[in-house]
Design a binder for this molecule. Structure first.
Ligand SMILES: Cc1ncc(COP(=O)(O)O)c(C=O)c1O
Length: 504
C-alpha cells in the first residue's frame, strides 16, 4: 500500500468506524456466532501473494464484526465497562503510525516524557498524594497493560524489598494475602511467582469488605506458624459487588508490620476518585497515607480504551531494585535519571506501547469536568436502577449497591420462605434466560454461596430509558422463570401457579 492508497483506505476506515458507532444501538449486544465460526470461514494459511486491501477491509466487516460483543452498546451491563472515545481511537492511530517500542528515554524521549506527565495528570485528577507523582522523583506512575500486570509487578517489588530486609527467609515461607473477594489476579500472581496465597475471609454483614481484625488475626497466626506474609492486595471496588476493603482499619494494623507491602487494586472503582465526593467513602485518605502501590484501570471506567492500567508506587526504587537488568546495549546516558525514567524497569516486558498518547488526547478533550460528568451520570443511573430493585416485589439487592454496580437476585417478596439453595436454583434459571438474550449483556456472580446478578452501568450511550427497558425485560424474564419453575423445591412441592398468584 502506498501513501495514496493508505489515504483512501483510511478515509473509508473512518467512515466505517463512524457507521459502526452510529448503528450500535440497533445491533445485538452479544455476538451470535458459535465457537469455531471463524476457522470455518477463513483459509487455513496466509495467502502466498499479497491481497488487495479492499478485499481485506470488506472481510473485516463480513467476518469479524459479527463475532464481536459490543462493549460500548447502550445495553451492555456486563463485567465492567471498557469505555472509549473517538479521540482515543485517533491517538491509537497516531501511536501506531510511529511503531515505537519506547522502552527507555533514548528509545523515544516523547514516549517516556509524555507518560511521566500524564501519570501526574491522572494522579492529580484522582486526588492522589504528591508522593505518588513522577515529579516527586521518589514515587511515580506508570502505564501497565492490565491490573494483573500491575499486581504482579507490585508483588515482585514487595518480595524483593522483603527479602532484602529478611535475607534468611526461604521463598516457600512467603505468603501473599488477598481476600475471598479479590480478583483472580491475586491467585495468578502467586501462581506466576510460585508463592503461597492466603485468601482472608470477608462476610456479607461487612458488605464483603476486609476488616482490620481479620488481618490482625491472620498475621498473628501466620507469623506464629513461621510464615512471612509480605504483601496484602486490598481492593476498592471488588469485581463481584464493588466492595471496599476497610483500608483505614487495615492501615492501623499494618503499621505494626512495616515490612508488609500494601497494594490497592481499584481496577474499576478507582477512577471515581475523580469526583471528590467519593474519596472519603472509598478510602482515598488511607490510600494516600499508607499504601505502597495503587492501581486503577482507566480502560475500564476512565474513558480510555483498552489498554491503560495505571500503577502508582510510593517508592520507585523498589521497582527498579526488583526489575532492573541493564545489559551494555541498553545503557543510556540518562538511564534511571529521576526526570528521564527508564520505564523498562517498571514493568515485566522491555518494549512498551505508546499508551500515554491516548491519555493525553482523552484527558485534554474531556477535561476534568467531562470525566466527572461521565462518572456521575453512570452513578445516577445506577442509583435509579437500585432504587427500583429496592422497591420491587420481585427482586432484592444482595449487598449494598456501590457506585455504578447493583448486585441483586430474584427473590419474590411473596415467597419469604424460600431459602438460599432454592433461590439459587431459581436465579440460575432466571440468569440463563437473561444470558440467552441478545438485546442485553449482563453477568452473574456468587457472593459467599448466593448466586446473584450484577448490573453495571458504564456505557456513555446508556440512557435512563435503556435502564428502564432493562428492568422491564428483567421483570418479564423473572415472571417466565417463575412460571417455568415447576416445583418450588422447598420440600413442600408447591406448584408455580401458587408462586405466580402470590407475586401478582
Ligand atoms: C477489581 C478488579 N481487579 C482486577 C481486574 C482485572 O483487570 P485486568 O484485566 O486489567 O487484569 C478486574 C476485572 O474486571 C477487576 O474487577
Amino acid at each position: 500500500m502506498n501513501t495514496e492508497q493508505f489515504r483512501s483506505a483510511g478515509y473509508q476506515a473512518i467512515d466505517r468506524i463512524c457507521e459502526y458507532h452510529d448503528t450500535l444501538r440497533d445491533r445485538p449486544v452479544s455476538s451470535q456466532v458459535e465457537p469455531g465460526y471463524l476457522r470455518k470461514l477463513l483459509p487455513s494459511s496466509a495467502p502466498i501473494e499479497g491481497e488487495d486491501f479492499q478485499l481485506i477491509a470488506d472481510d473485516y466487516q463480513k467476518y469479524i464484526i459479527p463475532g464481536l460483543t459490543h462493549w460500548q452498546h447502550p445495553s451492555f451491563y456486563a463485567y465492567f465497562p471498557t469505555s472509549s472515545t473517538f479521540e482515543g481511537i485517533l491517538a491509537e492511530l497516531y501511536a501506531s503510525s510511529t511503531s515505537n517500542p519506547g522502552f527507555n528515554w533514548a528509545a523515544s524521549p516523547a514516549c517516556t516524557e509524555l507518560e511521566a506527565v500524564v501519570m501526574d495528570w491522572t494522579a492529580q485528577l484522582l486526588g492522589l498524594d504528591k508522593a505518588f507523582y513522577n515529579i516527586s522523583e521518589v514515587g511515580g506512575g506508570v502505564i501497565q497493560t492490565s491490573a494483573s500486570d500491575s499486581v504482579l509487578v507490585s508483588t515482585v517489588a514487595a518480595r524483593s524489598r522483603y527479602i532484602r530486609e529478611h535475607p534468611d527467609v526461604a521463598m516457600e515461607k512467603l505468603v501473599i494475602y488477598t481476600t475471598t473477594q479479590t480478583h483472580s489476579l491475586g491467585k495468578k500472581s502467586g501462581l506466576v511467582l510460585g508463592l503461597t496465597v492466603r485468601a482472608l475471609d470477608v462476610t456479607a454483614q461487612d458488605n464483603f469488605a476486609l476488616r482490620g481484625d481479620t488481618l490482625k488475626v491472620a498475621l498473628e497466626e501466620d507469623i506464629k506458624a513461621g510464615l512471612h506474609p509480605f504483601i496484602l492486595i486490598g481492593t476498592v471496588g471488588t469485581t463481584s459487588s464493588g466492595a471496599v476493603d476497610r483500608l483505614d482499619e487495615i492501615a492501623d494494623v499494618a503499621k505494626h508490620y512495616p515490612s508488609l507491602w500494601l497494594h490497592v487494586d481499584a481496577a474499576w472503582a478507582g477512577v471515581a476518585f475523580a469526583c471528590p465526593e467519593y474519596r472519603e467513602a472509598y478510602q482515598l485518605p488511607a490510600i494516600n497515607e499508607y499504601v505502597d502501590s495503587f492501581c486503577t484501570n482507566f480502560h475500564k471506567w476512565g474513558l480510555i480504551h483498552f489498554d491503560g492500567s495505571c500503577l502508582w508506587v510510593r517508592h520507585r526504587q523498589h521497582l527498579i531494585d526488583a526489575l532492573d537488568i541493564t545489559p551494555e546495549f541498553l545503557r543510556a546516558k540518562n538511564g534511571n535519571a529521576a526526570t528521564a525514567i527508564d520505564y523498562r524497569n517498571w514493568h515485566v516486558g522491555l518494549g512498551r506501547r505508546f499508551r500515554s498518547l491516548k491519555f493525553w488526547f482523552g484527558l485534554r478533550a474531556r477535561g476534568v469536568k467531562g470525566i466527572q460528568k461521565y462518572i456521575t451520570d453512570c452513578i445516577k443511573l445506577n442509583n435509579k436502577f437500585s432504587q427500583s430493585i429496592y422497591e420491587s416485589e420481585l427482586f432484592s439487592v444482595v449487598t449494598k449497591p456501590s457506585l455504578a454496580i447493583t448486585v441483586f437476585r430474584l427473590a419474590p417478596k411473596s415467597l419469604p420462605h424460600l431459602r438460599t439453595p432454592e433461590l439459587n436454583t431459581l436465579n440460575r434459571a432466571f440468569y440463563a434466560r437473561l444470558a440467552a438474550r441478545n438485546d442485553i449483556a449482563i453477568t452473574q456472580t456468587d457472593l459467599n454461596g448466593v448466586f446473584c446478578i450484577r448490573m453495571v452501568i458504564g456505557s456513555e450511550k446508556t440512557l435512563e430509558s435503556d435502564v428502564e427497558h432493562a428492568l422491564e425485560l428483567m421483570k418479564d424474564e423473572a415472571m417466565i422463570s417463575l412460571k417455568n419453575w415447576e416445583v418450588i423445591g422447598n420440600g413442600r412441592g408447591r406448584k408455580t401457579s401458587v408462586i405466580l398468584s402470590q407475586t401478582h
